[in-house]
Design a protein around this ligand. Sequence first.
Ligand code: FHN
Length: 453
Amino acid sequence: MASFFGCQGGDQKIDEPNEETRMDWWRDARFGMFIHWGLYSIPAGEWKGTTNHAEWIRTTAEISLEEYDQFLDDFNPVEFDAEAWVKMAKDAGMKYITITSKHHDGFGLYDSKTSDFDVMATPFKRDILKELADACEKAGIKLCFYHSIMDWHHPDYLPRRGWEKNRSTEGAEFPRYVDYMKNQLKELLTNYGEIGVLWFDGEWEDTWTHEEGVELYDYIRSLQPNIIINNRVDKGRQGMQGLTAEGNFVGDFGTPEQEIPDTGLPGIDWESCMTMNDHWGYNKNDDNWKSSEELIQNLVDIASKGGNFLLNIGPKADGTFPQESIERLAAIGNWMNVNGASIYETQASPFEHLDWGRVTQKQINGGTRLYLHVFDWPENGELRLGGIRNEAIQASLLSAASTQLTIRRDEDALVIELPKISPNEIDEVIYLDIKGEPDMILAPMNADSISNH
Ligand code: FHN
């Protein structure tokens, strides 16, 4: 029995018996690493004078199969160190890693018995996913796989790329491709331990149907009953946003991509996936890196709306992370070391909008702990939290918990006196304990629009 999404707006999902427990670790985790790595890291976004490519390069640069296959001979990431990768993710505060077992180009990052187009056909000849699985197990990080339904290499996958005029479709049988894909998924869900999430992608072409999506969801669940499966196994995505459209589509969470839904996706689980610069796969000419401040505030913004953040790394051909990625992961980790409690195991804010920042919350000691994420420190030294009826118990800086802050009520608001200067200009977190669950005073126009997912 597949798990069904309702849709945005809070429709209840038709849940499997263990749906709640299955999602628990993922909902608590809030933050994961996305990794896009494969043969495309060799050209690194550049091809015959053009430089804006990445993991799509075989298509965007219209490289023939024969020419692209030659990258097999060049893939030898001698600097690859699975434990170093996992340490960087863990030190950044990430609880899971989602890596491309196979992207659209069809190349497998693991030792597949069903294909010669995998890492064992390269000079490297090491099972990258096995080494990563062992490192994740050792570090207590969940390993997850991104797997593309669309496959530009397998002869039975249809359709061909529009520009591949001379690549015959004669003899191609899509059902035989589906069997091949299922055999690869069986390898991935049998040989690499417990997998946290199967993150499907490339579901949008007409050859892939809703019926096949439902069948594949059930097949995956039969192999690992507790695995989480995203919405892109089926046809429920609206365009490329990754949001879940109305209807009985399968999938356990929605997948907004390169965006943060303004009001989250109330009533369903969701994860925003985003790049650190402009590309998923490594592009050596892409210097448009988001600042650490923006990445930290994105994480907070997403958590304040009840979502997960899947932040991407595009490793280089030698097996190392770009230095810019390493620096941002370290900066995020420094912030998470102090403030992780305001992200992990939290739920969405009970406030609709706050000028100075965001709020996350968790139930604690029979009451509620509100984490006030202050991006813009109030010049008058007073933080105003309007529209809440609850009695305040205590407040403090998360970074200096022993220092109690003074709280007073001013009509419908709680007002907290702050130090003159913010200890952390990116996001200083204050925790405010209140009695009971949040009892909000909603503005009349919003009374029916806020949901406390
Ligand atoms: O086409 C892919 C793209 O290469 C990348 O993997 C992103 C990440 O979510 N997903 C698809 C585009 O929506």
